[in-house]
Design a protein around this ligand. Structure first.
Ligand SMILES: Nc1nc2c(ncn2[C@@H]2O[C@H](COP(=O)(O)OP(=O)(O)OP(=O)(O)O)[C@@H](O)[C@H]2O)c(=O)[nH]1
Ligand SMILES: [Zn+2]
Length: 187
């Protein structure tokens, strides 16, 4: 994010503080607009930063067995309230053509997709779409389970609810057996 946009956020935060009845000049708050701008630059960093393109592929004998990285911790911001939603993503794919993806790239991809305002359903789909676009696969399955602070700390105040979302492509979509294997592997 460039300096001009950081300045816009700082001014807006100052206005918000005033609107909620605070004094943005008081000692504890005087650096807050700057901090919030820096924080937004971090948590929304994928919107203005470089695209994720680090899909390191390696040769492997695996041409049709599922690879699953589960329990990928992530933090994102819901696009309705700009409050955090966070939890775990589980990402599986079946390689095509004896090429596998560097395992660390899956958590990196999840982080890239999460660093923008989003709804959980779209985050789930975006992770799958990015993989399909860049990695030769027979199919991708993504599941996300998350807590939404807009549902826990405010509004409906449903503190123990968690939301699960799923997205399937290729053989995971077409073949119930593959889907079941994925779901069993998450247990
Ligand atoms: N489908 C979906 N909904 C979400 C997500 N994050 C937040 N929401 C919902 O977005 C909805 C926004 O509803 P609105 O009625 O426009 O806003 P609101 O008055 O703040 O709603 P409440 O949260 O019910 O108080 C709420 O039902 C939230 O629970 C998400 O990732 N996916
Ligand atoms: Zn929300």
């Amino acid at each position: 994010m460039d300096l001009e946009n950081k300045k816009i956020i700082e001014d807006a935060v100052r206005q918000i503080l005033e609107a909620i009845g605070e004094n943005p000049e008081r000692e504890g708050l005087k650096n807050t607009p700057k901090r919030v701008a820096k924080m937004y630059d971090e948590v929304f960093g994928s919107l203005t930063g470089p695209e994720f393109d680090d899909y390191a592929l390696f040769d492997s004998r695996n041409d049709d067995d599922m690879v699953l990285v589960k329990d990928i911790q992530f933090y994102s911001m819901c696009e309705h309230h700009l409050l955090p939603f966070y939890g775990k993503a589980h990402v599986a794919y079946i390689p095509d053509g004896n090429k596998v993806l560097g395992l660390s790239k899956l958590p990196r991809l999840v982080e890239y997709c999460a660093k923008r305002p989003s709804v959980q359903e779209d985050l789930t789909i975006m992770i799958a779409e990015q993989l399909v676009k860049h990695v030769p696969v027979k199919g991708v399955a993504v599941a996300i389970e998350a807590e939404h602070m807009c549902m826990t700390m405010r509004g409906v105040k449903s503190p123990h609810s968690s939301t699960k979302t799923f997205h399937y492509t290729g053989v995971f979509k077409e073949d119930r057996e593959w889907k079941n294997d994925f779901l069993r592997a998450l247990d």
